[in-house]
Design a protein around this ligand. Structure first.
Ligand code: ZN
Length: 255
């Protein structure tokens, strides 16, 4: 008898379906997402990444509106590369934006492990929303194109990963989700309540992560605080990590 498994979101026993890590509407808009790097396994994979542990109910009723929202932001903002750091207004629904970002993060974290997962705490919030999370902060940074020999290189990609800053981080996690020029950083405390002795660590992280705060109680923000990270800088880690396997991947495809 096949082992019954529980849905990664509602935790009910059900027939499980495939769930894309990136919204499928985003994949259809960004064909370059067809090649993926799995950091923990150090491999490149063709085809979009999926996790096969979400029930049809969650997938179709609760999660697909988040995908639709994220893709509407793509159409309105992410699809156009920012050529420079001119301030602009971002109009958003904080609840839908944060849930979309957490969903991508939670999905991508399950390709690594399901046993102990820091993002499991947000299952219910991702599904149902309507809850404030004072222990989460979102910042948005804009990555400019790099100019090399008069040629412009755009940050054309969608990525999701962990940020390791210098120094210990016992109480907080930092994740980034980026689509083209838009780099969202989420700072999350591991506990729901912020304690006084976490302050020093929080400010060390906060000061190290550039960008504009996406305010939880507003519907729009003027994005006017930027780092000086360009395409090359933002992809350096990835380029360094994947150069060898990318060559191997291309080589295999040629054969
Ligand atoms: Zn479910």
């Amino acid at each position: 008898m096949p082992k019954q498994r529980i849905c990664a979101y509602c935790q009910k026993k059900a027939k499980l379906t495939r769930e894309h890590i990136w919204p499928s509407c985003l994949i259809s808009r960004m064909p370059e997402l067809q090649v993926n790097y799995l950091g923990k396994k150090h491999v490149l994979m063709a085809g979009d990444l999926v996790v096969a542990d979400v029930c049809a109910d969650c997938n179709n009723k609760k999660l697909s509106p988040l995908d639709a929202y994220f893709c509407s932001l793509y159409d309105q903002y992410f699809k156009d590369f920012k050529e420079d750091l001119t301030p602009f207004t971002l109009t958003y629904d904080y609840d839908l934006l944060l849930r979309s970002l957490l969903k991508i993060t939670y999905n991508s974290s399950r390709t690594v492990t399901r046993d102990y997962n820091d993002f499991e705490t947000y299952r219910d919030y991702i599904l149902n929303g309507n809850k404030m999370h004072p222990n989460i902060l979102v910042k948005l940074d804009i990555v400019q194109p790099t100019i090399i020999d008069a040629r412009k290189f755009y940050p054309s990609s969608a990525r999701c990963g962990t940020i390791q800053l210098g120094g210990p981080m016992p109480n907080f996690l930092v994740r980034f989700i980026s689509v083209n020029s838009f780099y969202f950083y989420i700072i999350l405390s591991k506990s729901a309540v912020l304690k006084n002795d976490m302050e020093e660590e929080f400010y060390r992280i906060f000061d190290n992560i550039q960008g504009t705060i996406v305010h939880p109680y507003r519907q729009e923000v003027i994005v006017d605080t930027f780092s000086d990270i360009d395409t090359q800088g933002s992809h350096q880690d990835l380029l360094a990590n994947t150069h060898d396997i990318y060559l191997a991947y291309k080589d295999k495809k040629r054969r």
